[in-house]
Design a protein around this ligand. Structure first.
Ligand SMILES: NC(=O)CC[C@H](N)C(=O)O
Length: 383
């Protein structure tokens, strides 16, 4: 940590004019985004590379971030996708056998700005009170900040509502995914042989979701977010997976929903969706999505399975939610958040079409919800 009198080298400006000064690391420059907080105690590399964080700066409420460095294996996609990071303590020298690089160098090489040494508890309270604020984050080693311009930049950020970001993070063209999950949750059988052809529509897919599908016995073909019904059917899938992804589901739904509606009306294929994929399925059956106040971002969120009454501890990352009041007849609410009662899962009453808001692939996080991958595979076995 710099001495108390050291000149700050980073400044975070909230749209309401609140300023937080700290020490910059990672890239220099300035960025604007929506600000959220994540309560996970580990997995900062997976969080920063989760494509669903596009357009957002992540405040880590856990104070020790960066102390295990970064490594080539834990990326959820090729580059950091979150716009920046906010931490309490400046990262110390990393200490871990897997570390290949320091967090700050990794962020700098990828053009991502970070600020450390600020009161993240005060900031988190502001996020809860204001609802995910629009912010500008600047890092200047000389410590020169035009704070009025920064606040104006924060105010100028248009926000995530109405924004389709899936097109920014989806794959450019289709590809086969073959890699298996490394560690397999206890009590589950890894399927070495692929039994089912699955098309995964990539709205910003995390790699570990694709690994989980492959390890559950799926031969996975990944298609870009704009894939049409005919594109999907050309692969003669046994089931279709709808991935997680960034931005406002209503905006992405403009092109994703018609494809899913055709799947539902013209086929009997099993469909499984996670997070943005869950929201896409909900929109396709006629429900609506809403912007949450500060969303759910963490690795210890309790979710209740309405069928069994069992509570799962889950990994979460979403700022929008399916409005359960708008679920039509024939669509069952299968999971709810025990934090706020918001919808966390749906299923069609009469066929194996289902989706969840949380992240059964964990990464980082608990593995309680892993059974959903097996359920998807079993529904293709039964079809
Ligand atoms: N992780 C996700 O897929 C997030 C979905 C959506 N972008 C949201 O914020 O709610």
């Amino acid at each position: 940590m710099p001495a108390a009198h050291a000149r700050p080298t980073a400044c975070l400006a909230l749209a309401d004019g609140t300023l937080f000064y700290g020490t910059g690391f990672g890239a220099t420059g300035q960025t604007t985004a929506e600000l959220c907080f994540n309560t996970a105690m580990s997995g900062y590399q997976e969080i920063m590379t989760d494509p669903s964080y596009a357009g957002q700066i992540v405040t880590f409420t856990f104070p020790h971030i960066g102390n295990v460095g970064v490594n080539p294996d834990d990326d959820e996609t090729g580059d950091p996708v979150a716009a920046g990071m906010v931490v309490k303590w400046m990262p110390t020298q990393s200490s871990n056998w897997r570390a290949a690089q320091e967090l700050g160098d990794w962020l700098a090489a990828r053009g991502r700005i970070a600020i450390g040494g600020i009161d993240t508890r005060r900031l988190t309270r502001a996020i809860r009170q204001q609802g995910a604020p629009h912010v500008a984050l600047a890092h200047d080693p000389d410590g020169n900040f035009d704070t009025e311009a920064l606040v104006a930049a924060a105010r100028g950020f248009p926000g995530l509502e109405g924004l389709d970001l899936a097109l920014d993070v989806t794959c450019a063209q289709s590809y086969r995914w073959d890699e298996m999950r490394w560690a397999w949750p206890e009590g589950y059988q890894r399927q070495e042989q692929a039994r089912h052809k699955v098309v995964a529509v990539d709205y910003g897919a995390k790699r570990n979701i694709l690994r989980c599908l492959a390890s559950a016995g799926c031969e996975v073909t990944v298609l870009p977010a704009t894939a049409t019904f005919d594109d999907v059917m050309a692969h003669e899938p046994d089931g279709v997976f709808l991935s997680n992804g960034p931005g406002d589901p209503a905006a992405t739904g403009a092109y994703a929903v018609p494809m899913i509606q055709r799947l539902l009306s013209d086929t009997k294929l099993p469909v499984f969706g996670i997070c943005l994929g869950h929201q896409m399925l909900a929109l396709a059956v006629g429900a609506k999505t809403i912007k949450m106040n500060h969303g759910h971002h963490g690795a210890n969120h309790p979710v209740k399975d309405m069928d069994t009454g069992k509570v799962e501890i889950t990994s979460m990352n979403h700022g929008f939610a399916v409005d359960s009041q708008t679920l039509p007849q024939g669509v069952l609410e299968t999971h709810i958040s025990l934090f706020d009662g918001s919808n966390c899962g749906i299923r069609l009453a009469d066929r194996p079409v289902f989706s969840v808001q949380h992240h059964p692939e964990a990464s980082p996080g608990p593995q309680d919800s892993f059974y959903l991958f097996e359920r998807f595979a079993a529904s293709m076995d039964a079809a």
